[in-house]
Design a protein around this ligand. Structure first.
Ligand SMILES: [Zn+2]
Length: 265
């Protein structure tokens, strides 16, 4: 099938075109819009850095209260997802002191940019990272692009050089990475063009890779710690899990043997 062929071609082009980058010796900060983005986008790189004795800090932007709020009270969901992040952090060997929670309202970051930027600046200043991993500037949903904006603004307020790498999460979903998702046949051409355009943009942006094959089991265990996102906690098909997306293909796209980044500075 043409999609599989193009996906394979794109993967081979990333593997050969991206420079293998080293994070060794750098104080690394990973900024995650939601609980689980740090694992999906950078879990292997975090595990690798920790295994080599590197310092890693995690900054979680939102409180996780939105993913299943139609089936679980927001406060309970938020508390559960934060606890899951603690377990995931332990799998990745990131110490509790290095896991920071801004607890901003999930799904609302776009409407809270000034306050979020001030909070992020305070946290980032205290960490003084040498390398910051943030969501790719075109990664959806809104909390992801907003996190990118917030971190970019916060870094402008810092003195000294900070290297920034952007990671993809939902950008592994557009065609050809996953089958085309559409609501009606009439929408197909528009969706396909938008997907192809985003995928090409991603291919052009990603320029460095970190080999993570030996850390894939750790990454899988860390993701499994997010039970609310990987298991149907209530017996209701409306409780969506990550493997429901594109029949599991999207989440598997986050488990390639390299993690890719757009190094921008
Ligand atoms: Zn997210």
């Amino acid at each position: 099938m043409i999609r599989e062929w193009l996906k394979d071609l794109a993967t081979r082009s990333l593997e050969s075109g991206c420079e293998t980058a080293s994070v060794s010796g750098k104080r690394m900060l990973v900024v995650a819009p939601h609980y689980d983005d740090e694992v999906l986008g950078c879990g292997g790189t975090i595990a690798r850095h920790r295994a080599n004795g590197g310092e890693v800090h995690l900054l979680f932007m939102t409180d996780g209260s939105a993913s299943h709020r139609h089936l679980m009270p927001s406060a309970e969901l938020s508390q559960r997802r934060r606890a899951e992040s603690e377990l995931a952090g332990r799998h990745l060997s990131v110490s509790a002191d290095n896991r920071i929670h801004l607890s901003l309202p999930d799904g609302e970051l776009e409407n809270q940019l000034p306050g979020a930027t001030a909070s992020a600046l305070e946290a980032i200043s205290a960490i003084a990272p040498e390398l910051v991993l943030v969501p790719w500037r075109h990664d959806s949903p809104g909390d992801h692009t907003a996190t990118h904006q917030v971190v970019a603004s916060a870094l402008n307020g810092l003195t000294g050089d900070v290297e920034v790498w952007e990671y993809a999460v939902w950008a592994w979903h557009p065609w050809p990475w996953c089958p085309l998702a559409f609501g009606s046949r009439r929408e197909i051409p528009g969706h396909w063009l938008a997907d192809v355009s985003l995928s090409l943009k991603l291919l052009r942006s990603l320029n460095v890779k970190v080999p993570i094959q030996e850390y894939l089991p750790v990454k899988r265990n860390a993701l499994a710690a997010y039970a609310s996102q990987t298991q149907r906690l209530v017996d209701d098909e409306r409780w969506k899990v990550l493997a429901d997306v594109a029949a599991g293909e999207w989440v598997e796209n986050c488990f390639q043997r390299y993690e890719y980044f757009a190094r921008v500075t």
